[in-house]
Design a protein around this ligand. Sequence first.
Ligand SMILES: [Zn+2]
Length: 485
Amino acid sequence: MHRVHFTAARSALVLLATLLLAAPVAEAQTKVKAGFNLFSATQDVEVGTASAAEVEKQLPLVTDRAVLAYVDEIGQRLAAKAGGPQFKYQFGIINASDINAFALPGGFVYINRGIVESSRNEGELAGVLAHEIAHVSLRHGTHQASKAYGAKAGLSILGGLLGDRAGDSTAGIINAVGGFGMNALFLKFSRELETQSDIRGAQILAAAGYTPADMVSFFQMLEKTDTARKTSWLSSHPAPPDRVVRIEREAQLLRVSSQPTQRVTELKGIQSRLRRLGTAPTMAQIASGQTTGSTTAPAQTASGVAPPSTRLRSFTSDSRAYRISYPENWKAYEQGTTGVVFAPEGGITKVGGRTEIVHGVILNYYEPFGNVSNSKTLSYLGDSSVEDATNDLIKQIQQGDPHLNVVKNSTRELDLDSGPALTAVLRGVNPRTNIKERLTVVTHQLDDENLIYLLFATPEIDAKSYSATLTAMVESIQIDDDFTN
Ligand SMILES: [Zn+2]
């Protein structure tokens, strides 16, 4: 309610009846062309609106009216020169100390408080905003989502299991490539797209009465900043090798004011207001739920989910192919004839229409897709080792959840009652929930060379308190090896 324009945007979807292209600000400037896109500009607004709602549930925002009005004024002045579809631009400030900023499709721009605090004049702050506005006007977020969708029209195994198949709708496409909210496709761009945003950003700056030289000086200051704060910006906006040179060259083609806006005094006033709010947490602290005094609830944490009961009950699959024990206070959700999901109350959440298992276990049957090529085996159906089949399964999981990486040296063999099994641990920060996840994969190869697998998911901070449950469940598995799907 204290945020500039956000409420209005949520209540009314901005319809873009006409997609006017702004007139070029100077004849000589470099023409930057937007890339391939499956979405319409109106769909960008839909995607951005849904994603902004998710982001604002997860991240604490600065609510100081004077600070918001200041950033909004600069943002609107730049947005008027954005070119591209006529999005209604809105600016939010994340209460985080890292130097970073991001933009969601359709006009939603967020900067961390650290940007406002570390800028030395208004032009530097405007340089970051102009760069983000350029990502939006060139529609980089949905461009990347379009490419990702084309590349993987297949369904993620987890999504498929829970019945979240992608349709042709905007939501369907977005869900297939990672969902609404803090989707990596909207947050991290290639160097080529970074160059585009630098160039378009410099053009916007000059057209709005600022100088691209301030954008350059901000990037140069970043180079000298301590690694942790610098890395935050660079990991989401990877620096093209000639970033500074390229911006300076563009500046020569532009009509830059001889007295560009810098308003240092106003900026200092805003910075002192921010200091009165106390020290901002880092994004990492926000992600792990360690924030204090924030005005918005931090990312979901373990709280709210009851610890797993040590008393177990037994589950036998419909097909009688396997039996497994699970905590008495969890529920079993059968999926088809072979799959089952076990989860506590609150363990499964929907984020932007996509189902996320935060605490819980998936057990199912897996037929390798051929994700792992192995020259020694001509065909997976012919001769697949348990390692190959397991790697194939892990690749399949990573296609749906690219944030999960295999933890080094976490692969081991287990000796179960039903025979040998493999286990591996995957880890990563889920971009949709912002939770640091741990996924333990356990596989057992059947006589037909397909797998029975178990995926045990917990937030990393809970991994220790769930390890006894994991062990008990794995040790309880009994499999009928003659079973086929
Ligand atoms: Zn960028």
